[in-house]
Each structure stands twice: as structure tokens, then as C-alpha cells.
Design a protein around this ligand. Sequence first.
Ligand SMILES: [Zn+2]
Length: 196
Amino acid sequence: MTYKTHFIGGICAAALTSTIMPVESVVLTTVVSAVSALVPDLDIEDSKLGRKAGVVSKGISRAFGHRGFFHTPILYIVIYILMNMFLPKFLSLGFLIGTMSHLVLDSFNYKGIMWLYPLTKRHYHIASIKTRGFGETMFLIAMVGLSVYAFVKVGVATEPMNFDVNTLKNTFSVVVEDVKTLSSNVVEEVKVNLMK
Ligand SMILES: [Zn+2]
């Protein structure tokens, strides 16, 4: 996946989870998430962030290789816990959402990532979308649409909310329901128009 896809992925993930963020920090958390979504690819020297990070990226890629330890959930969960202790919530939460979105997106590529590291070094993937291929473009478009939709629909809550699994579940079910309704409406419209 290209850095653009990951950047948009970070925004999309933040949009979908925005109800768990304090209202006043939705924008900041989203920005942190979008930038953090580029972090795992620091293990590629010639990635967007890798080139900027120069010697740091070189060290990481030499030490861990691409899609190695720098692409494992355990690493980012530990960093999140540490950040959460010392830094403002928008930084730690944005970082977690962004890096996790990266790992989820990379799982749509045949190389997969080591989800269960250190239990096993096996790479898991759920699809085989090619980088820079048609599939990735479709993904990008879908994520832009979903982000706009989620932000408009549920993103900006009227009151600050704390982390709550039920809120997160409700957000997803509302989005899923609405996407279902929207798509069935589109199908209906196409049918009606074809009958004419
Ligand atoms: Zn990656």
C-alpha cells in the first residue's frame, strides 16, 4: 500500500472511531492518526517517511527488515501505553488508531503482517490487493467516502464522550446500517431506471 493510502486510512480510522474522542480534540487526533499511519513503513528506507527520517529509517530497516517487528500490533500497543502515561490523549490515541489502521490495511495485501508476534512469526493476510493496483485505488476511494460520511454522520458528537465499547459498537452498527440502506436505495434506483 502506498503512503497516500495509509494516510487516508489513518483519517478514515479516526473518522470511524471519532465518537470515542473528546469533541475538542477530534481534529487533532485525526491529524496525529493520519501521520502515525505512515510510521510502520519507517522500516522501508525509501518510503515517504523513511526518506525524511534518513538514518533512523536505515537503522530500523536493517534491524527488523520490512514487515517485521515494526509491523506488529504488540509494538504499537506498548508504545501507546507508554505515551498514554506521559502525553496528552490526542497524541496517544491518534498514534494507536493510525498505526493500527496501517496494520489492518497491510493485511489486505498478500504479504500480510505478524498479527500474533511474538507467539508466532507467521504473516496473516485477509486479501491479496496489489500495491498501486486497481484494488488499492478502489480502497482509496471507498475510504475517502467512508471518512466524509462518518465525520458528517457520527464524527462530531454533541457532547464529549469517554472510551466506551458500546459507543464504538453503536457507531459501527449505525454506519453499517446506513451503508446498507444507501446501497439498497442505489440498487433500487438503478433497477427503476433500467425498467424505463
Ligand atoms: Zn506497511
